[in-house]
Design a protein around this ligand. Structure first.
Ligand code: G6P
Length: 369
């Protein structure tokens, strides 16, 4: 097992560090910038069916559901197709309105999650075209869907999902860009810019990983917190949910993710000097609005840990701690902002002596209802 961990203390940490490679493995061979195309067999072979969708419905559970929420922002922005994101467990029991005009995307790392599987069967019965995004090759979901794309993240052993999440977002970004190109909702130059930026993401993830030691020090300050709030907006709202989930899963600290502007409708009541609030405040994406949210937290004496863009000065003046990530396009920022949140929960869990790779009561793949 020590050998499998490749010198890391835990699989989770190894998998966090594998993300630069995992993301390039996901896009390798698919992006052909010199030809101005993206090649994905599962999409290519069904391009008319998918691009004519009246609606895309994404079904998933857990972290994969969060990747689906990020994809909602990406698909709507790039391909201008309306997207709904559903918990597979809710979708399957709701007698959902769905027809052959819909495309369902099922996201699952393991490809074995029972609720997601049942949602797929239901969607198929109703005539929808079902596309799978799985990591495990040959898994049940990859076999039950009409077409799909693998994430190629390599085996994920840690129960708390890390590289599966960022590679799911990568695959879904490629798919959205491909559809956008086909449908003419993106200009050629914008398409090329996206491809070029995606190629730079592995290096930028590597840079984000360089904050590890700084994050460990922050973890040491907040490890005894009993609650933690995560805030983000736009593309980074789902990242706030995912950050909170990571902390809950492995450290057993109660954490909630919220869209930053919703804070005033409830969570703000919880803020006092004991409350750490993790805020994603990267320069694009409603920056000024998030800064004013940070001011509201500060005036209530909450402790602010802000994820900011390299070189940020405005938030630095307000926050108790800042963690920098490289600048990127807004739609790709979840691939970077997620990294410090994974590391923060990892270090807190290790400091609390928790079983990071196999947290209590959780399973890597949930094959029962
Ligand atoms: C379990 C795992 C999570 C995962 C979720 C969905 O709860 O502990 O890490 O996100 O299942 O799994 P899937 O394999 O369908 O992505």
């Amino acid at each position: 097992e020590q050998i499998e961990k490749g010198g890391f203390d835990h699989f989770m940490l190894k998998e966090i560090y594998e993300q630069p490679n995992a993301i390039s493995d996901t896009f390798r061979g698919r992006m052909l910038p010199e030809k101005g195309i993206i090649r994905m067999a599962g999409v290519d072979n069904n391009i008319e069916r998918i691009s004519n969708a009246k609606r895309i419905i994404i079904v998933a559970c857990g972290t994969s559901w969060h990747a689906g929420l990020v994809a909602e922002y990406i698909f709507e922005e790039l391909a201008r197709i309306p997207v709904e994101v559903e918990y597979a467990s809710e979708f399957r029991y709701r007698n959902p309105i769905i027809s052959e005009k819909d495309v369902v995307i099922a996201i699952s790392q393991s490809g074995e999650t029972a609720d997601t599987m049942a949602a797929i069967q239901l969607a198929r019965e109703k005539g929808a075209f079902v596309f799978g995004v799985c990591n495990v090759v040959g898994s049940s979901i990859s076999r039950e869907t009409h077409a799909g794309a693998y994430t190629h993240a390599g085996p994920e052993i840690g129960v708390a999902s890390t590289k599966a999440f960022t590679t799911q977002i990568t695959v879904l970004t490629l798919m959205a860009l491909k559809l956008a190109k086909h449908m003419g909702t993106i200009s050629n130059s914008d398409f090329q810019m996206h491809l070029q930026e995606l190629e730079r993401i592995p290096d930028k993830v590597q840079k984000a990983l360089n904050s590890d030691e700084h994050i460990r020090k922050i973890a040491d300050i907040y490890k005894d917190a009993t609650n933690c709030l995560y805030l983000g907006r736009g593309f980074n709202f789902p990242v706030a949910l995912e950050g909170a989930l990571k902390l809950k899963e492995i450290s057993y600290i109660h954490a909630e993710g919220y869209p930053a502007a919703e804070m005033k409708h409830g969570p703000i009541a919880l803020i006092d000097e004991q409350m750490p609030v993790v805020v994603i405040a990267t320069r694009k994406g409603y920056y000024e609005k998030v800064v004013s949210n940070i001011q509201e937290i500060k005036s209530r004496k909450g402790k602010i840990i802000a994820i900011v863009t390299d070189g940020d000065t405005e938030v630095r003046e307000l926050a108790d701690h800042v963690i920098e990530v490289p600048e990127t396009m807004e739609s790709m920022s979840p691939l970077l902002t997620t990294i410090p949140l994974q590391l923060l929960s990892y270090h807190i869990a290790v400091m609390l002596g928790k079983n990071v790779d196999q947290p209590r009561n959780l399973a890597k793949s949930v094959t029962v209802e």
